[in-house]
Design a protein around this ligand. Structure first.
Ligand SMILES: Cc1cc2nc3c(=O)[nH]c(=O)nc-3n(C[C@H](O)[C@H](O)[C@H](O)COP(=O)(O)OP(=O)(O)OC[C@H]3O[C@@H](n4cnc5c(N)ncnc54)[C@H](O)[C@@H]3O)c2cc1C
Ligand code: SF4
Length: 600
């Protein structure tokens, strides 16, 4: 079995990968398919989406009708085990509990991490997104450009399967032919949003999600992804054949037992395991990177969560992929005489420039969508269509009063009714019972739309994490303390979102549930709550002002890499995970090349 224990773990590996989510999964996949011997250490428990996903259970059989609980804050159908906004025994500290300075942190302690229940929205950053400082003088430029990352976006799209379309819009890159799967059909409310938004000059185009609308091209993609590597091609072709296409019936947030959507545990890990080059140790909570006498990393120390004992694993190269803040925590906790402020922190930038996505929402009711005949609109579980940022020219001309843009995700339609269906109609009906209530539910069911803005946050000096001097988790590992502050740009952007969403609802002939908020501070969701946290070990071209070089390799320790969102130098409005995977693949290729040259 490739799942190892204290007894079966080997004495040394080529590479240790810490974490098994999007970053860890991609890193291990690329390394193993090219022959590197990898040990993956994952803090959470072993988890099998194929056998543990209650995919076909309907709301009538779910405990509490599927409603959220402290264990499962997003409801029974959320795949998360051992995680959420709170992880028992693993606290963190907030420097401020005020709304304006509050940071929230979602973690998942399970094989595959948060890829088990993420939204699967998979957008490429565009050329502008890598050079924001050069465009408007704010934030930081990346030391790489879109052209450096584009080949890796292609590879990730081909491997995991992403639907979408090429529209040729500004800073919304096209994919090369055959990289994207065809998008699904929009539902009725999507079509109405598209029609009315277009009247306002707002473009609505097919979304991009990591969901298989058709089987993957197992005949051609393996050769494109692994040229000259017959063994990798064979393993990948077999794996691609075994993934089913989407059934359009079951919420993706609980995971997909037919493997039609992307989860690290169903897409990255099976072929990596089949290569014979991957060992996985679960329940392994890494707390420190260890150094040899030469000052280079020689392995990691971890707590075996099943026994509480401290253990060690050795390797030539260490890859941190524990998610942005956890990777920063491990670096900061790896103190030594040589690195008293934490490992790879000679710049003092570890933990710095933490970013999330700007979020703001408005929902409304649309009379045109009332009393429609019953329809099966479970569809692609959201993001059939979306609005990319469209006001580049107006912003450039200084007409908006804030920097950086947002995209719009929207939802509506008649999904399978659940416990909450029909609840909260009082604002429309004034309340009702019996036959009148049933009539109201039939009339209004499916007539609601909601709009969620997802915008770029500019990195700032006040948003960061550090080690709290007092608090430790149940394993005795010092925990993070978070500091957070939005700038005027994010607050004005959130107010702009509210105004735009109200205008679209108005153009649809509807009315917003609540009046749009003109005060950005009231409109913006708390830091971290959109769960797109990145930064904390940013990449750059100067070792004095950044933690890693353009290859995700730490400046201070050349056999130590960080391949998760910690390296992001900015956080474009595009959801981060596709970029995390593209950068992880690129970094793994670099490691392989340096290992071939005997430099690592
Ligand atoms: C509800 C939800 C919806 C989302 N929707 C989207 C979306 O639509 N699009 C998008 O781009 N992103 C989305 N995200 C964000 C996305 O999930 C993350 O960007 C992505 O999972 C990050 O990958 P990662 O590998 O860095 O971290 P994770 O997926 O969190 O994986 C990290 C892994 O490392 C393990 N780990 C942590 N610390 C240690 C340690 N000390 N030792 C060993 N192992 C450790 C964790 O247990 C975990 O398994 C969403 C997230 C949530 C929760
Ligand atoms: S909607 Fe499709 S991708 Fe999502 S869980 Fe169901 S079958 Fe899987």
């Amino acid at each position: 079995m490739p799942f190892v224990t204290a007894k079966t773990q080997k004495s040394a590996y080529d590479v240790i990968v810490v974490g098994s989510g999007a970053a860890g999964g991609q890193s291990a996949y690329t390394l193993c398919m090219d022959g590197a011997k990898v040990l993956m250490l994952e803090a959470g428990r072993k988890y099998s989406p194929e056998t543990e996903t209650p995919m076909f259970q309907t709301p009538d059989v779910a405990p509490l009708g599927g409603a959220g609980t402290p264990d499962k804050p997003f409801g029974f159908y959320d795949a998360t085990v051992d995680g959420g906004w709170d992880v028992p025994g693993e606290p963190y500290v907030r420097a401020s509990e005020e709304d304006a300075g509050r940071f929230e942190w979602w973690r998942a302690r399970m094989l595959g991490g948060r890829t088990n229940h993420w939204g699967r929205i998979s957008l490429r950053n565009g050329p502008y997104d890598f050079k924001p400082l050069s465009r408007d003088g704010l934030g930081r430029d990346w030391p790489i450009s879109y052209e450096d990352v584009a080949p890796y976006y292609d590879k990730v799209e081909l491997l995991i399967g992403v639907y979408g379309s090429n529209e040729g819009l500004e800073n919304t890159p096209n994919s090369p032919p055959e990289c994207l799967l065809p998008p699904p059909k929009p539902i009725v409310s999507d079509l109405l949003v598209a029609q009315r938004a277009k009247r306002l000059g707002i473009p609505v185009i097919p979304g991009h999600r990591a969901v298989l609308t058709q089987p993957l091209d197992h005949l051609r993609s393996p050769a494109r992804l692994h040229p000259g590597n017959a063994a990798a091609q064979r393993i990948l072709a077999a794996d691609m054949r075994s993934r089913g296409a989407c059934l359009w019936a079951t919420p993706c947030g609980r995971g997909c037992s037919v493997r039609a959507n992307y989860q690290s545990a169903t897409v990255h890990l099976p072929p990596a395991l089949h290569s014979g080059n991957l060992d996985i140790r679960t329940d392994a909570m890494v707390y420190e990177i260890t150094l040899g006498r030469d000052g280079r990393a020689n392995g990691v120390s971890f707590v075996d969560r099943t026994s509480g004992k401290q253990r060690h694993a050795a390797a030539r190269v260490v890859v941190l992929a524990a998610s942005a803040c956890e990777s920063a925590r491990i670096l900061l906790n790896s103190r030594s005489a040589q690195f008293p402020d934490g490992l790879a922190n000679s710049s003092g930038k570890v933990g710095r420039y933490l970013m999330d996505t700007v979020g703001s929402s408005v929902s409304g009711q649309i009379p045109l969508l009332e009393s429609l005949p019953p329809l099966n609109e479970d569809a692609a579980d959201g993001h059939q269509l979306y609005v990319p940022w469209w006001l580049y020219q107006e912003q450039h001309a200084g007409k908006l009063g804030f920097a950086r843009g947002y995209h719009i995700e929207f939802n509506g339609g008649k999904r399978m009714p659940g416990l909450g269906t029909g609840a909260g109609l009082e604002w429309l009906t004034g309340g009702g019972y019996g036959a009148k209530f049933k009539q109201d539910v039939r009339r209004y069911y499916g007539s609601f739309v909601s709009f969620d803005g997802r915008g770029e946050m500019i990195p700032n000096e006040q948003s960061f994490c550090e080690i709290d001097p007092k608090v430790k988790d149940k394993w005795g590992i010092p925990v993070l303390r978070f500091h957070w502050q939005w700038s005027e740009h994010e607050l004005k952007q959130a107010a702009h979102m509210q105004k735009t969403f109200a205008e679209i609802i108005d153009a649809m002939g509807g009315k917003p549930r609540d009046p749009p908020k003109s005060d950005g501070a009231k409109a913006i969701a708390p830091g971290g709550s959109i769960i797109h946290e990145v930064g904390g070990a940013i990449m750059g071209s100067d070792p004095k002002t950044s933690v890693t070089n353009p290859w995700c390799q730490t400046w201070d320790v050349d056999n130590l890499f960080v391949t998760d969102g910690a390296v992001f130098a900015s956080n474009a409005d595009k959801n981060p995970t596709l970029t995390i995977m593209a950068l992880a693949w690129r970094a793994a290729d670099h490691i392989l090349e340096r290992m071939r040259r005997k430099e690592l």
